[in-house]
Ligand binder design. Structure first.
Ligand SMILES: Cc1cc2nc3c(=O)[nH]c(=O)nc-3n(C[C@H](O)[C@H](O)[C@H](O)COP(=O)(O)O)c2cc1C
Length: 169
């Protein structure tokens, strides 16, 4: 793994941000417990990684409080958000210990789970891979459940929340 320590020049950084804004991403709230208190953060850098065994990948900023909690527990929850949950995505993108205040949740596999999400995954971390200013979590799935009713997904594209619309066939 090559990790450069040279800061990129401003033009490259600007171009990279603009380029990545063209990529429509899924949106999840990734969760962990902090003792008795639930914690969660909005994450779009996640994907399916392997089928046998079932694995997922999540990339977290090294400054993330959630990353500290997951390192402690070795386990996280992935609440894939539906289009009706944009407000949750915005509020879990803040920092601080109070993000769950007033938010309904239940414990599933010992992890905070948001009702009404498009899908739920609980995963145990096998590896933490340093990658620039982020850490990539490679984790095996201990539970995966689609939500009821096949909710339309929440997406993030050009710095706005939206959803997916199938093309007319
Ligand atoms: C749409 C969207 C996607 C995001 N995706 C990520 C991500 O993939 N990884 C990450 O570390 N932060 C991501 N963030 C930023 C975090 O949600 C934000 O930094 C949050 O304050 C982290 O909180 P924490 O320190 O409690 O973990 C995203 C924010 C938004 C709005």
């Amino acid at each position: 793994m090559t990790t450069t320590t040279q800061p990129p020049d401003t033009a490259t950084l600007h171009a990279f941000r603009g380029t990545m804004a063209t990529v429509a991403s899924p949106v999840a709230v990734v969760t962990a417990m902090d003792g008795e208190r639930p914690h969660g953060s909005t994450v779009s850098a996640f994907t399916s990684l392997s089928l046998t065994p079932p694995m997922v990948l999540v990339s977290l900023d090294n400054r993330s409080q959630l990353l500290t909690l997951i390192r402690r527990a070795g386990r996280f929850g992935l609440n894939v958000l539906g289009a009706q949950q944009a407000q949750l995505a915005a509020s879990f993108a803040r920092s601080g210990p109070d993000k769950f205040d007033g938010v309904a949740w239940s414990a599933s596999e010992g992890l905070p789970r948001l009702p009404g999400s498009a899908a739920w995954i609980a995963a145990d971390v096998d590896d933490y891979v340093a990658a620039g200013d982020h850490t990539v979590l490679l984790a095996h799935v201990v539970n995966a459940e689609p939500g009821e009713g096949k909710a339309s997904p929440l997406t993030y594209h050009q710095r706005s929340f939206g959803t997916h619309t199938p093309l007319a066939s």
